[in-house]
Write a protein that binds this ligand. Structure first.
Ligand SMILES: NC(=O)c1ccc[n+]([C@@H]2O[C@H](COP(=O)([O-])OP(=O)(O)OC[C@H]3O[C@@H](n4cnc5c(N)ncnc54)[C@H](O)[C@@H]3O)[C@@H](O)[C@H]2O)c1
Length: 313
């Protein structure tokens, strides 16, 4: 792939040279990469991980329950076999994303199960929602939700970046005669983090009250912009995808968890210009775009709202 400055130069020439197809068409392949997927046993992750494997990425799945992770991994091996994909390593890691020390420990251990490859792609889906009126919200419950949904988003990005930078500095100081130069500014490539935010970070859902979730997701969107600015100089891109209502375990629990569930679903879809909830497959394209170093090489700090038009009304 020709680098971006060369492309700009050739576009400016009077007689531009004929580009090759790989100069024109981006690649969405992820061969040789390890992608960390948090919330790896969740409904949205279920589909996103299948797409990652189909694009050749190994995956490290982080979630709370060992049993659910093991079940997910077995299911994914079936998926690989049924679709005749090449053998790909799927590792599983019980991990509370709201615990910074555990997240760091897990991220450092992942290369040991992936032939030493340091993960440089992230799909962060871990999170949960609570529908509680603000006046009744127990402080500890709200703090816990913010710790998992917001702080967890920062912990996973920090741990990955620290490890990538340490490895890059070590490589440079081994190959460089001048150690002080090697310590200057680690330059990484192809590093991309995709965090699942929510349209709840941009609007207030109605009618269900969910103040802690809404503020945590608004925080995720702005954290993404902050990290994108801090880490652009290292070659790390950070973006978010903010979905509208998706038909997954999270929303099915809300719908079936109360007698008013069906009416609530009706209320939700009536507020979506496209008149329906999303299918998890409808987020695969955005994820692959943001992970691809050729398709989204100039995209960072972006929040892609994919909501069937909900936030337009
Ligand atoms: N489903 C929707 O309508 C919808 C809409 C907008 C945004 N989102 C967001 O998308 C993401 C995925 O949602 P989903 O619908 O797949 O939900 P899900 O409940 O199916 O999956 C979420 C996963 O996160 C895991 N998780 C929760 N707390 C964790 C913790 N402390 N540490 C590690 N893992 C933890 C859960 O065990 C679960 O497997 C979430 O961040 C959610 O907020 C969902």
């Amino acid at each position: 792939m020709t680098n971006t400055s060369n492309q700009v130069e050739s576009a400016q020439q009077d007689h531009p040279s004929i580009p090759s197809l790989s100069d024109v068409l981006p690649s969405f392949r992820l061969d040789g990469h390890v992608t960390i997927v948090t919330g790896g046993s969740g409904g949205l992750a279920h589909t996103l991980v299948q797409a990652l494997l189909a694009q050749g990425s190994e995956v490290a799945l982080l979630d709370l329950s060992v049993e659910r992770l093991e079940y997910t991994a077995r299911e994914l091996q079936e998926f690989i076999k049924a679709n005749k994909l090449p053998k790909l390593n799927v590792s599983t890691w019980p991990c509370d994303i709201g615990d910074a020390a555990i997240v760091d420990e897990v991220v450092r251990a992942i290369p040991l199960k992936h032939n030493g490859i340091v993960p440089d792609k992230l799909v962060h889906t871990a999170g949960y929602c609570q529908n509680t009126p603000a006046l009744d919200y127990d402080a500890r419950q709200a703090e816990l939700l913010v710790r998992v949904n917001l702080m967890g988003s920062m912990y996973i990005c920090q741990s990955m970046s620290r490890l990538l930078m340490q490895r890059s500095q070590r490589r440079r100081s081994v190959s460089s005669e001048d150690d002080s130069a090697a310590e200057a500014c680690p330059q990484l490539s192809n590093v991309s983090y995709v965090l699942i935010g929510s349209m709840s970070g941009c609007i207030v859902n109605n009618p269900q009250p969910q103040v802690a979730y809404n503020m945590a997701k608004a925080g995720v969107i702005h954290m993404v912009k902050s990290l994108a600015c801090e880490w652009a100089r290292y070659g790390i891109r950070v973006n978010s995808i903010s979905p509208g209502y998706i038909a997954t375990a999270l929303t099915k629990k809300v719908i079936s968890g109360s007698p008013e569930g069906a009416a609530l679903q009706q209320e939700w879809t009536s507020r979506v210009p496209m008149g329906r909830m999303a299918d998890p497959r409808e987020f695969v394209g955005a994820m692959l775009y943001l992970l691809s170093s050729s398709a989204s090489s100039y995209t960072t700090g972006e929040n892609l709202v994919i909501d069937g038009g909900y936030t337009c009304w």
